[in-house]
Every structure is written in C-alpha cells, then in structure tokens.
Design a protein around this ligand. Structure first.
Ligand SMILES: Nc1ncnc2c1ncn2[C@@H]1O[C@H](COP(=O)(O)OP(=O)(O)OP(=O)(O)O)[C@@H](O)[C@H]1O
Ligand SMILES: [Mg+2]
Length: 226
C-alpha cells in the first residue's frame, strides 16, 4: 500500500535520501529509525507530497504520488494523516479548533464535524482539554492533540514523526500504546524515532536509515544494535 522504488531526494546542500526501496502493506506498524539527519522526515514529506523526489517512484494505494494531479492532493492528505515532528498546532486556536480545522477545510457540516472531533479527542484522552490553547498543555497532551488532528479525517495511514521525542519514558509509553491501539483497529502506522528502547520493546518491523540510505529492513525482529 506504500511503495517506494529507488527514491532519492537531493537537496541543494546534499543528500536527503538515496535509492530507498521498500513496500509497506496495509495494517503494518513500522518503525523508521536512524540518527538525526538520516532522512526520516524527508521520507514522510515525500509520502505526502510535501516535497517531490529527485528520482524514483512513490505509490500510495493506487496513486502514483509523484504524478498525482494537484487537485487530487486533498485525497492523498485524507488517506495519509501526519503527526509532524514540530506538531504544527496553531497557538491562537484551542485544541478543539485545531482538531476541527481539517474538517472545516473540507466543508464538513459543523454539527457532524463537532461530533467527530469530540469522538477523536475522547479516543486520544484529551477531551477535558478541548477548550485550552496549546500553550496551556503539557508535552504529552500536545502530542495527543497532534494525534487527534491527524486522526480526525480517519486516515488509512498515519505517519508519526518522533511522537515520543520530548516526553518522559512513561508518557512516551502511553503515546506508543495509543498508536498501537490505533494500529490494532486497522490503521497502517509508520513511526520515526531515535528511541531504540521503544523499538526493541514493540517487536515490529524496523526500517533503518543512515545518511539517507536504507541500511536495514527487519520484519518483526528485535532490533540488533551490533
Ligand atoms: N528543506 C531542506 N533543504 C535542505 N536540506 C534539507 C532539507 N530538509 C532536510 N534537509 C537535509 O536532509 C538530511 C535529512 O534530513 P531529515 O530532516 O529528513 O532528517 P531526520 O532523520 O528527520 O532527522 P531528525 O532525527 O533530526 O529529525 C539532513 O542532512 C538535512 O539537513
Ligand atoms: Mg526528522
């Protein structure tokens, strides 16, 4: 359902990704690991066509992402939800308003939108914070808010970029459990992380990047750091 074939992304300053090839099936939970600058965020940006590859092909479902007509981009962005590394929550809107935004943009009826937002805030465990502004929330709560906003369009695929990055171990585990539950309900998840302890613990497929190259792709194996 997500297929990359010899994908490279060259930036003016150097290489973001080099000849990356993999296929991820519907329903999988896959960790994307690698040190800072190894290309994890670049990979996510290519999958949602926030950026175009220098070469290679990217397929999501039936769509050729590189050739996707511009007017079909909203369909791709509905199919693939993203939790950005820097969250991208709007500071002048409440958690409810941040979460409802993707529905408003699509012209979903206000009553229906409200219902969906309430459901998803409940699901991620921050219903009580719906009327607060991002600055009033803890790191873990903000991460949940970003997950809620990514989930509100019921995506088939969720890309989570370092969702446990700045959290204490317990809060990180809670977020991982939430993502794991979302995956169990059928959503395909790609999670970028530096946290190898989390990766070991989960026994999921691991794709490792180093300096833009795919150096390991282990299906459900324990991550071997040797
Ligand atoms: N827009 C850009 N313009 C130029 N270079 C970029 C751009 N985005 C990323 N890069 C470079 O591409 C490489 C990969 O960056 P990327 O953000 O994908 O790494 P990452 O694995 O997500 O790192 P981190 O773990 O720190 O988030 C880095 O060398 C980075 O400096
Ligand atoms: Mg990154």
């Amino acid at each position: 359902m997500i297929k990359l074939d010899n994908v490279s992304k060259l930036y003016g300053t150097g290489s973001g990704l080099t000849d990356v090839t993999f296929t991820i099936e519907k329903g999988e939970f896959v960790f994307i690991i690698g040190p800072t600058g190894s290309g994890k965020t670049t990979l996510f940006r290519l999958i949602i066509r926030d950026s175009l590859p220098t070469k290679g092909s990217i397929t999501v479902g039936d769509w050729d992402v590189v050739k996707l007509p511009h007017q079909k981009l909203p369909n791709l962005r509905k199919k693939v939800g993203v939790i950005f590394q820097d969250l991208k929550l709007l500071s002048d809107r409440t958690i409810f308003e941040n979460t409802v935004l993707p529905l408003e943009v699509r012209g979903v009826n206000a009553l229906e939108a409200k219902k969906q937002v309430e459901l998803v805030l409940e699901q991620v465990g921050i219903a009580a914070h719906r009327d607060k502004f991002p600055i009033q929330l803890s790191g873990g709560e903000l991460q949940r808010a970003a997950i809620a906003r990514a989930l509100v369009l019921s995506p088939e695929i969720l890309l989570a970029d370092e969702p446990t990055g700045n959290l204490d171990p317990k809060t990180g585990k809670d977020i991982l459990k939430l993502l794991s539950d979302i995956n169990a309900k059928g959503t395909t998840i790609l999670m970028a992380t530096h946290n190898l302890e989390v990766v070991d613990h989960m026994h999921k497929r691991v794709i490792a990047l180093e300096k833009g190259k795919l150096v390991r792709d282990e299906k459900k194996g324990k991550y071997d750091s040797s």
